[in-house]
Design a protein around this ligand. Structure first.
Ligand code: ARG
Length: 476
């Protein structure tokens, strides 16, 4: 995958000499540590494909507007194509002395086609160049992440469909609250991930404006056609203000904030998987493929993948926080601080791919343990709400009173150390005479679940329909 190429080992930047791209008025080169702190090519070489694409569009526009000759335009395009081939076949060596990906590519172009290479940077600056490349890169990355999210949704949908009537306790405060189905629980995550996808699409749509042509900050005196380059690069339109064009990074922050929320969702699911897979719960068994054994305790099957998803999701918020702090005090327009943007975004994209794939694998492989789930339904008087609802429905008791009566019945069951359905009818009638033997049917978790047919409710029929709808909405 283009957007995920590995970074290279870092050779020290050796010969300090004045920079061939901007060092005209410099008599000497940078201090070694200056070169080191300034160098970003280890990170931003991942933009090579977008950089070449944008440069080709820019050169074609310059040629078509007569700003450079057709011949130079063609030489530039051919040279850039060759460089793309060199990079993709691993023949290109990025030089740390040339600072960043943009100057590496331009220097190679000069070596290949000579002086015409120097005309490519007409009416352009690295400021609008990098902002353009980065948007193109991130829009592609969002496409890949969306596919990974859809894959995780599919894994959840497949499990949910198999378990539309598998009973388990639903929790509030991590205390058994009301019976639900396992399928219903998993479908909650399908919805969350659907919103995550929509947040990312939303960010992508706003991102789809082109900075190129903003030049350094003020626009240019050359007769460029920004609509032409925007169209060639697939942007909706050129950005309307050149200062904003080179200094906006809210597109990256929107991505990182959406990624942080997505990470929070994955972390919650990971946490539930850890709880469910714990021997004390035993609700699910994770596959060998997504767990590890212990080197000392032979019985262990640890949920490491879930734990790492939970932990790694923190990096996403870390990236958002880092870039936000980088940006918050910067005056317009460009400042070198902004070079730090890419490391955060690239890292977040890599983390997302890793944790989404690990989560999809775990979800596909996990096997729910119906016996343990049903056993857990016996604890916590899980159908108490159903008892109260029955009093409202069958005996016309106001809900507040029904709640109170049910509380007394729960206390009696606690005293007798039995479940609600093990109390005798006489015992219950002593608390409220309106209770009849019909009550026993609502005390069964299975019936409680079946009765919750409100839209979005946990009844198996509703969950089945929700799975069908969700496939249409999210998978297609
Ligand atoms: N490598 C730089 C970055 O990523 C490119 C822009 C440099 N612009 C400048 N004015 N020095 O931000």
């Amino acid at each position: 995958m283009k957007s995920r190429s590995k970074s290279v080992a870092k050779p020290a930047i050796s010969k300090p000499q004045s920079n061939p791209m901007w060092g005209g008025h410099y008599a000497s080169g940078p201090a070694a540590i200056m070169a080191e702190i300034n160098c970003s090519v280890d990170i931003d070489q991942r933009l090579y494909a977008q950089d070449i694409k944008a440069s080709k569009a820019h050169a074609a526009m310059l040629a078509s507007k007569g700003i450079i000759s057709k011949k130079d335009g063609q030489d530039i395009a051919n040279g850039l194509d060759q460089i793309l081939g060199e990079i993709e076949s691993g023949k290109f060596t990025f030089s740390r002395a040339l600072e960043d990906v943009h100057m590496n590519i331009e220097a190679r172009l000069k070596a290949l086609i000579g002086d015409a290479a120097g005309r490519l940077h007409t009416a352009r600056s690295r400021n609008d160049q990098v902002a353009t490349d980065f948007r193109l890169w991130l829009m592609d990355a969002i496409k890949d992440i969306d596919a990974a999210l859809q894959d995780l949704q599919s894994a959840l949908l497949d499990q949910a469909e198999k378990h539309t009537s598998t009973l388990m306790p639903g929790f509030t405060h991590l205390q058994a609250a009301q019976p639900i189905t396992f399928g219903h629980h998993l479908m909650a995550y399908v919805e969350m991930l659907g919103r995550d996808r929509s947040r990312l699409q939303d960010a992508k749509q706003r991102m789809n404006e082109m900075p190129l042509g903003s030049a350094a900050l003020a626009g240019t005196s050359f007769p460029i056609d920004r609509n032409m380059t925007a169209k060639a690069l697939g942007f909706d339109r050129p950005m309307a203000n050149s200062l904003d064009g080179v200094s906006a990074r809210d597109f990256a922050l929107e991505f990182l904030s959406s990624a942080s929320i997505l990470g929070m969702h994955l972390s919650r699911l990971a946490e539930e998987i850890v709880i469910w897979a714990s021997p004390a719960f035993g609700f699910i068994t994770l596959s060998e493929a997504f767990t590890t054994g212990s080197s000392i305790m032979p019985q262990k099957r640890n949920p490491d993948a879930a734990e790492l998803v939970r932990a790694k999701s923190g990096r996403l918020l870390g990236a958002f926080n880092t870039l936000f702090v980088v940006m918050k005090g910067l005056p317009l327009a460009y400042a070198k601080d902004m070079q730090e943007d890419k490391e955060q975004v690239f890292g977040a994209v890599d983390t997302l791919h890793l944790i989404l794939a690990a989560m999809a694998g775990m979800v596909r492989d996990m096997v729910p343990n119906k016996i343990a789930m049903e056993k857990a339904l016996e604890a916590g008087f899980i159908t108490a709400t159903d008892l109260a609802d029955w009093l409202v429905r069958a005996a016309n008791v106001p809900f507040r009173d029904a709640h109170h009566i049910t509380g007394k019945i729960v206390r009696l069951a606690e005293q007798k150390k039995c479940g609600l359905d093990s109390l005798s009818l006489t015992d219950m009638q002593k608390i409220d005479a309106r209770i009849t033997k019909d009550i026993f049917s609502v005390l069964k978790p299975e019936n409680a679940v079946k009765s919750r047919i409100s839209f979005g409710g946990t009844a198996p029929a509703m969950v089945k329909a929700a799975v069908k709808q969700a496939r249409k909405r999210f998978v297609k």
